[in-house]
Structure formats: C-alpha cells, structure tokens
Design a protein around this ligand. Sequence first.
Ligand code: PAF
Length: 285
Amino acid sequence: MKVLETVLDLNRYLAPYHRAGKSIGLVPTMGSLHAGHLSLVATARADNDIVVMSIFVNPTQFAPGEDFEAYPRDLERDTELAAEAGVDAIFAPLTAELYPPGFSTFIDVVGVETSGMCAASRPGHFRGVTTVVDILLNLVRPARAYFGQKDAQQLAVIRRMASDLALVPEIVGCPIVREPDGLALSSRNAYLSPPERSAAPVLYQALRVARDAIESGQRSRDKIITMVEHHITAEPLAKLEYVEARNAAGQEAPSILTGEILLAVAARFGTSRLIDNIIVEIEET
Ligand code: PAF
C-alpha cells in the first residue's frame, strides 16, 4: 500500500489507472480509523478496481473553539488498519497541499440540507465539508465515493452538491456500524470518560424506543420527538442538543408521520458531541 503526501505523487500514482480505465473508489476520512471506516473500505473494495483513502483533518470544517487541534491523529495505526482492510493507497496531504496560499473558493450548499440539525450548532461546518470533498473528488476523480450514514446530514449535503454541480462520481452511503451495546462508532468516542461511555448508548436506545412506538402505530411526529427527548434527558450525563424527524427530501417530517423518516439526535457527553440516527420506513395505510 502506498502512502502519498502530495498532489504530485497522487497524480503520478493514479495516472496509469485512469489511462487504463480502471474504476477508483474513494473513501474520504479524517483518520482515527474504526470499523465504520473499514466497512466503507470493504464496500469500496467490492465495487472498484482500486481503493484510495484520504486521511486529512480538514481545518475548514471546524468552527473556532471546536476540537480541530485535539482531534485524534495516528497515521501509523491508520496506515496499518487501511492496509489490512485492502486499501491500495492513502492520500494524507499537509494542509497547504489542499489549501495553498491564496485559496479563496468555497462550496456552500444553501438548501434544506444545511438548515437546522448540526448546521445550527456548527456554523460553516458543511461549507468546509463540501469544499474539501469537492477538492478530493477533483484530485482523485473516482468512479464512486463512500460516506457513512451516521453523518446523515453530511451525506444529504454531499448528495445535494453532487447533484447540483453534476459531479461525475457516484456518492454511496453506507450503513452505521455500532458497538455491541448500540453506540454508533465515531472517532469522537475516544474522548469519552468511562462513565460517559456507559451513558452514550442512550442515544440509540432512545431512537429504538421511537422506532418501536412507530412500529406499534404511533404516527405523531411531536409525540415521537418528545419521547426521544425524554429518554435522552433522563440520562444525567447527556446534554441534549437536538432531536429531529425529517422526510426523505430532508424537510421537517409531516406532523402525521408517513413514508421514509430520518430520526436524528445530537447530544454532548462531557466534551464529546455525539450524533446518531435511524431511518424508519412507514407504510402508507
Ligand atoms: O466524515 C468525515 O470524516 C469528514 O467530514 C470528511 C467527509 C472526510 C470530510 O473532511
């Protein structure tokens, strides 16, 4: 497996594959790899001739005061895990490779996708994500790029950008990978103290309570949201940020739930901000 640190090396590495018409799968990450990332690699591996993983802690998606400096970084460990998972090349550039002096162009999705939820508490976050993802797509020119469903709003924003800008790569969403107790895998789980780690599965438990209620016939959006809020706020270590129910188009779900519904939550446990979601399919009656 190659580790490429410059755009020049990346171009040199990719040129023969592009010339030969090979399909490239791109797995963009910020490193600190866990089984969720490796599941993206497995899917990319199955779909493409070669798999490139980018590892880049992207400064433009962190607001001032967020955890950019503290974000866990361990390229050596990530390199081993990526190689074992079957990645062909890692692209791990320095900041100046992607944002050279004078850089001043950003991509800003301004639709329902960037309203509310994480956009409300992380100003500029999605603008940083779409900008870096577009740069990576332009550099790698993959056939497909892979993103986790855990970051449901990020996935929706990236799909919107790809559709609006007629980007060539297919955007592939992959299922959430969970710990045995239900906690969604996240690099930020590493910050949790033991008591916070024990408390954190409350997010998924709350989502499952809501799903069970919907499956038992509850159709009121407000009652479902209140149910999830009560479940999470009953956990003293959880500081709830939001509970949202959205329809497949990313708008607020109708007051009587129907169709495909995304239930999404965010909460802080100590210094860690965790998010989770489930999709519930409600059959028309
Ligand atoms: O999901 C992430 O890890 C990041 O937001 C991404 C997509 C790699 C862009 O920096």
